[in-house]
Design a protein around this ligand. Sequence first.
Ligand code: VGL
Ligand code: ZN
Length: 243
Amino acid sequence: MSGIDRRSFLKFASGAALATGGAGHLAEALAQGKITPGPKDVFIVVDVQKCFIPGGSLAVEKGDEIVPLINAIAKKFENVVMTQDWHTADHVSFASQHEGKKPFETVQLAYGTQVLWPDHCVQGTEGAEFAPGLDIPHATLVIRKGYHRDVDSYSTFLEADKKTPTGLTGYLKARGIKRAYLAGLATDFCVGWSAIDARAAGFKAAVIEDACRGINLGGTGLEAAWKEMVAKGVGRIQSTDLA
Ligand code: VGL
Ligand code: ZN
């Protein structure tokens, strides 16, 4: 982190700490040097799957670039959880299930507005597999999400109805985890929602920005997502901030 970035980060992080009790721990850690992951930290690798990289049905631009960086970050953590978007073939989030609707349009569902996507990450298909080169043999859990036909789940903690848990909170709490570091695809959907829900579940949370790529829906989605994450006490860090 450069001097100026560092100062603005520390200012942000301490401000967020006052406002939300959120990212102050990062300010403290960074003030003393880099962040050294320990037994109470988990690295959550979100949806680094074939459908979300170039050549996939819902490709995130340059999504493949983060794979080597994520492998390197994972080596610094003893606790790593990976997630897979894991939809039924007739999933409600697919535009193909809504007559007259095209991908990236929206519909109103019982739980709110749903963006419609190209068919992606169908259970057991090649597109749902992890991206080539992703190599994290010591990961201890793979959480699959979005498997209820009628409910989407960007977040790896809570489905889009905001009440059905995936079980990740219980797993992390039972293992004494206090802080979650997140990276993967896509910054403004599954990574961002997961980070916000990590905070809501009582964990400290930070997103490793350079180890993510975004969809940037409508050209503004990425910036809006960062604004919301920061407002909710999620730290915005770079991979170089980790020892
Ligand atoms: C995602 C859109 C639809 C993601 C998943 O992983 O960010 N985005 N399903
Ligand atoms: Zn999905």
